[in-house]
Design a protein around this ligand. Sequence first.
Ligand SMILES: NC(=O)C1=CN([C@@H]2O[C@H](COP(=O)(O)OP(=O)(O)OC[C@H]3O[C@@H](n4cnc5c(N)ncnc54)[C@H](O)[C@@H]3O)[C@@H](O)[C@H]2O)C=CC1
Ligand SMILES: O=C(O)[C@H]1O[C@H](OP(=O)(O)OP(=O)(O)OC[C@H]2O[C@@H](n3ccc(=O)[nH]c3=O)[C@H](O)[C@@H]2O)[C@H](O)[C@@H](O)[C@@H]1O
Length: 442
Amino acid sequence: MHITIIGTGYVGLVTGACFSEMGNHVTCVDVDKSKIENLKKGILPIYEPGLEPLVVNNHKSGLLKFTTDLSAAMEDSDLFFIAVGTPPGEDGSADLQYVLAVASEIGHHLTRYAVIVDKSTVPVGTADKVRNAIQEELTKRKVTVEFDVVSNPEFLKEGAAVGDFMRPDRVVIGTDSLRSEKIMKDLYAPFSRVQDKIVSMGIRDAEMTKYAANSLLATKISFMNEIAFMCEKLGVDVENVRKGIGSDSRIGYSFIYAGCGYGGSCFPKDVQALIRTAGEAGFSPLILEAVEKRNAMQKKRLFEKVISHFGSDLSGLRFGIWGLAFKPGTDDMREAPATVVIDQLINAGATVTAYDPVAMEEAKHTLATHLKNSKLTLADHQYDAIKDADAMLLVTEWKPFRQPDFEAMKRLMARPVIFDGRNQYNPEQLKEEGFHYEGIGR
Ligand SMILES: NC(=O)C1=CN([C@@H]2O[C@H](COP(=O)(O)OP(=O)(O)OC[C@H]3O[C@@H](n4cnc5c(N)ncnc54)[C@H](O)[C@@H]3O)[C@@H](O)[C@H]2O)C=CC1
Ligand SMILES: O=C(O)[C@H]1O[C@H](OP(=O)(O)OP(=O)(O)OC[C@H]2O[C@@H](n3ccc(=O)[nH]c3=O)[C@H](O)[C@@H]2O)[C@H](O)[C@@H](O)[C@@H]1O
């Protein structure tokens, strides 16, 4: 098939690379000229394990192309994937301006039947808006062109995106025509044992499915963070509780890790957008509001622990941060818990040195103000980040942080104090080794 993907970010680039790997002709379009120029040279805009060889090899073979010119890309295409951002607007609702701009542009150039697929996460009813935006342009041009709009939400996780796309748990296809449903099923047919995993439904159902999935996962995390808070008050170790409940297959082990809050470009914005959708439908979504509130509180937990140990004035104290990305396996720092704790420590008078295995370039942009004011420095190595530190804060559980050399840490640090935001260490062992240790919910 000939496919055009509009928006070459985490989702668009992974989608394009994986479809081209299956032998399709794919053109990835983006308005960001430098991103497209770099991709043509084999330089990827994001860190995503396993993505580079797919992009480079399929680009070399001619199956995967990159351009800023949508009209040129449209000439051969049967399928258009909209994969642009849907960031939160001021009121928390999903901002559809990029999606609808792309829809209008498609309508401006469309000359023959095509399927337009919403891959971006968009609220219920957006497919109608996309259809209207395309039709408006066709009407302006006084042409009649048949087209279908489909919802095909994406469930990949950053840091595991290629594997998730190649071996999906399910592929949700929301359509209102048999013709477009067949095209979508054919497109996904080569993916690993996908036949049993395609879930066909109405377009609005598919749009809602994406928000329900992310909101339920966020709910599991916030629920567990609430239990963790209670555990601290009651002298219980939440890690034992997690193991105890996860073994029940109805609950499962996934997404019940207490920590210093969920971040990323999706859970925070999608929970907010669903709250907004509920508001528009005329009711207050009590659970979702609590999920969001708990997460905002959770991102402040590490700082609360720091000031209850050191006092509220942190002037003259120095903190080492391990982990800046919102989760391991990515350089993405959108809504990362690390940004919250760094702001709080610096506002309380402390200086901070931070290290992340892959997000250092991203940190230079995200944390530019603190770097400029010399309140924050970035270290070249995890152990350099804790040199002379009054405490180490583990914020992202990258593998090299999971079993560090505690003896070396004690020698390097000004004081042997660890705040473990991801419950990676054994509290008993650390206490025996002479550390003051605090985790989340233990
Ligand atoms: N990041 C993730 O892990 C996942 C994201 N999603 C959803 O997918 C959508 C995209 O997310 P990301 O890939 O993270 O966004 P992103 O911000 O990484 O990429 C979006 C890209 O779209 C480009 N763009 C904006 N307007 C354009 C236009 N008119 N024409 C061409 N390109 C344009 C931007 O320059 C940017 O490169 C969002 O709705 C998100 O919620 C869904 C599942 C996973
Ligand atoms: O719509 C999206 O963008 C994607 O959002 C999430 O994927 P992602 O944000 O990449 O990463 P997750 O692995 O879900 O982690 C999100 C956050 O939750 C935190 N988390 C995760 C699991 C857990 O048990 N506890 C916990 O605090 C992580 O540290 C991270 O900050 C979903 O898992 C994907 O299915 C979805 O496609």
